[in-house]
Unconditional design. Structure first.
Length: 201
């Protein structure tokens, strides 16, 4: 950065730096446009149409899985949803790092899953990210928040309104802020299917 005689500041970039910054800026605008388009798609009252556009946007969605209306997505290419899983209304799925949702997972309405956050102790408030993994047969209650780097084990249950800040072992029930163990799931060998999602939702 340089200062002119009249006190104004300006940047002087070489051609290579200019091109790199331009490409990064273009990619950012492109993905913001994709995310905006997918948010509009989330209001279409058809599971089939939404799945088609979500897959086109880069989300991997397994057979029989359904996503209800109002979904908010960040960077869809890192999101993977298994078979026969259900995502409720007005959920947030963060793909700024890997987000893997297994098979037969039931995620209730208004759940927010994040895998990127700011480092509050960093002088530049830089973002940090870590993958989130949700294994098979997990049930996540309404308005749960899952933070970066968390793995939720097979068959675990997250009670409504919980904030999950660390890994949850298989078949454990957690609740509260931050989420802590409140019980053990008795069903230890699940083999059910979630079933058909409600129409026009």
């Amino acid at each position: 950065m340089f200062k002119t005689k009249n006190g104004l500041y300006y940047w002087q970039l070489d051609l290579q730096t200019f091109l790199i910054k331009s490409i990064i800026r273009f990619k950012t605008y492109f993905w913001e446009l994709v995310v905006f388009g997918l948010h509009l798609v989330s209001h279409l009252p058809s599971h089939c149409l939404r799945r088609f556009f979500y897959r086109l946007g880069g989300i991997q969605i397994g057979q029989g899985s359904a996503i209800h209306m109002g979904l908010r997505i960040y960077y869809p290419k890192n999101i993977q949803i298994g078979q026969d899983s259900l995502i409720g209304e007005n959920c947030v799925l963060d793909g700024r790092d890997k987000l893997i949702i297994g098979n037969h997972v039931d995620i209730a309405s208004e759940v927010m899953i994040y895998n990127s956050e700011h480092d509050i102790n960093d002088p530049s408030f830089s973002p940090v990210s870590a993958p989130v993994r949700i294994e098979d047969y997990v049930f996540i209650g309404p308005r749960v928040i899952i933070l970066p780097g968390v793995t939720i084990g097979r068959g675990a249950v997250i009670a409504a309104g919980a904030v999950v800040t660390k890994d949850v072992p298989s078949f454990i029930i957690v609740g509260g802020i931050p989420a802590k163990k409140i019980g053990q799931r008795q069903l230890q060998n699940p083999h059910y299917t979630i079933g058909r999602a409600a129409w026009f939702r």
